[in-house]
Design a protein. Structure first.
Length: 301
């Protein structure tokens, strides 16, 4: 019976999914607007000053953080802020898209990485990254994420992993200047020192703590936190990220990123009413994640 079900799923995926949705269920047993469990472990990489692994269902993303010095150069508008950069690698898991297009997959990965960087640049207090008394220098926090397993929700998992990695990062308390650096170094390159017996390190300051949950559209039904199987069959998808005050005192979150995609099965028309319905589901599920282990109680690896 199981083999017959697997064959039916492969040959008629849309019909297979609709049989579940008609009963208010999904193939993995969740309700339509139920999200998958999220777990986060911080500091899994001993050689990185900040790192984390986030798992959303069967999607796993590991992120490491590194810091380097940025010469602001007195550019107008940037002279009071550091920067956060992000790179994402899906490895062999994202070698091809559902339609076999490598270029399309690379474009989507670049889009996810760009969104993550945009959200973090908005939610991290970039002014706090400037070094006082260092003559126009600031910290550049570089984040590198690698997707270890992919089953939908790549943006959600990558963002959770990055937030946890930044939360575990401690900015160096001292800067040493190396003039005429060694191989691979430019002259006057700054080298950071993390000695605890010197200037104390400090955490990265957040203006908002972000969390995200995507919602896929299947006819008149909305599915929270879709799997890769559900994403491929969706008529459209609304992906939203929300930001909450770090104090945790409650209050309404701020919508910090929104993307509406209509390129899946059937290409649904997404009007304002549908977007508002999706945002309501996304906000509710993202708030549960914000209050849960992924942001408030991450385990240390």
């Amino acid at each position: 019976m199981e083999k017959e079900s697997q064959a039916f799923e492969k040959l008629y995926p849309q019909e297979f999914l609709q049989r579940f949705l008609a009963k208010g269920l999904r193939p993995d047993g969740r309700g339509l607007t139920s999200a998958r469990d999220v777990t986060v472990h911080v500091s899994p990489i001993s050689g990185s000053p900040g790192s984390a692994i986030a798992k959303v269902g069967n999607t796993t993303v590991v992120t490491s953080a590194e810091v380097s010095l940025l010469d602001l150069g007195g550019d107008e508008g940037d002279d009071d802020e550091g920067r956060v950069s992000h790179a994402l690698d899906v490895g062999p898991l994202g070698a091809t898209h559902n339609d076999g297009s490598v270029a399309k997959t690379r474009q989507q990965v670049a889009s996810v990485s760009g969104r993550v960087q945009g959200v973090l640049s908005r939610c991290v207090d970039l002014r706090s990254l400037k070094l006082e008394g260092e003559g126009g220098k600031a910290w550049l926090v570089g984040l590198k994420s690698v997707c270890l397993s992919l089953d939908g929700g790549l943006f959600d998992a990558a963002l959770a992993s990055c937030v946890a990695a930044l939360s575990s990062l401690r900015l160096p308390g001292e800067v040493r200047e190396v003039v005429g650096g060694g191989e691979g170094r430019e002259s006057s390159e700054a080298v950071v020192a993390m000695e605890e017996d010197r200037a104390p390190s400090r955490p990265v300051d957040f203006l908002l703590i972000p969390a995200a949950t995507a919602v896929s559209i299947h006819g008149d039904r909305l599915l929270a936190d879709p799997t890769a199987f559900e994403e491929a069959l969706a008529g459209a998808e609304v992906s939203a990220a929300w930001g909450w005050a770090p104090s945790g005192g409650g209050g309404d979150p701020e919508l910090v990123s929104l993307e509406v995609r209509s390129e899946g099965h059937g290409r649904a028309t997404v009007d304002a009413d549908v977007v508002h319905r999706c945002l309501a589901v996304s906000r509710r599920r993202s708030e549960a994640r914000w209050k849960g282990r992924c942001l408030g109680g991450a385990e240390r690896a």
